[in-house]
Design a protein around this ligand. Structure first.
Ligand code: UDP
Ligand code: MG
Length: 148
């Protein structure tokens, strides 16, 4: 059993895609081990994306995740922990490549992502490795809010 962190990004929230995204992951046999609405602070987002530190686009990505480009003034992100065999790799495969223009057309990012203001508005975040998943779950959830 493996856990992975999913974030429904502001573009997908604006498009009301949350149910569709979740149903896709549930159809893989994964179970929901944690779920909440988070009013994400800039500090949390910068910690979450510390792999982007020093890149020319990190500030724009943080602004995007704060909802600035999708008319979401509450800074809201929907955060989920999914659990199941090989969850990290299977969710990433369903998501497709980071760049929505390069993602396979049948993947979530291929279907729903776009590039605006130089930011890849790619609908959903998912952890890249099991180690990354555990780091990110600890950032977004307290231990008692999520199944082990
Ligand atoms: N991103 C972007 N331009 C880039 C690289 C990344 O806008 O050239 C954004 C995009 O929203 C991406 C996020 O920053 O999902 C995190 O980047 P990462 O390389 O970790 O990609 P991911 O793990 O999300 O596929
Ligand atoms: Mg990443």
């Amino acid at each position: 059993m493996e856990r992975t962190l999913i974030l429904i990004k502001p573009d997908a929230i604006e498009k009301r895609l949350t149910g569709l995204v979740l149903s896709r992951f549930e159809a893989l046999g994964l179970e929901i081990a944690g779920a909440k609405v988070v009013r994400a602070t800039e500090e949390l987002l910068r910690q979450h994306y510390d792999n982007l530190k020093g890149t020319p686009f990190v500030d724009e990505v943080v602004k995007f995740m704060m909802g600035d480009y999708n008319n979401l003034p509450d800074h809201r992100i929907y955060a989920f922990v999914l659990r199941g065999d090989n969850a990290v790799a299977r969710v990433r495969a369903a998501l497709g490549a980071t760049n929505p223009e390069k993602a396979d057309p049948w993947t979530l990012r291929g279907q729903f992502g776009c590039i605006k203001n130089g930011v890849m508005q790619n609908a959903v975040h998912a952890s890249g490795t099991p180690q990354e998943a555990e780091r990110e779950i600890a950032l977004w959830f307290r231990a008692e809010e999520v199944l082990p």
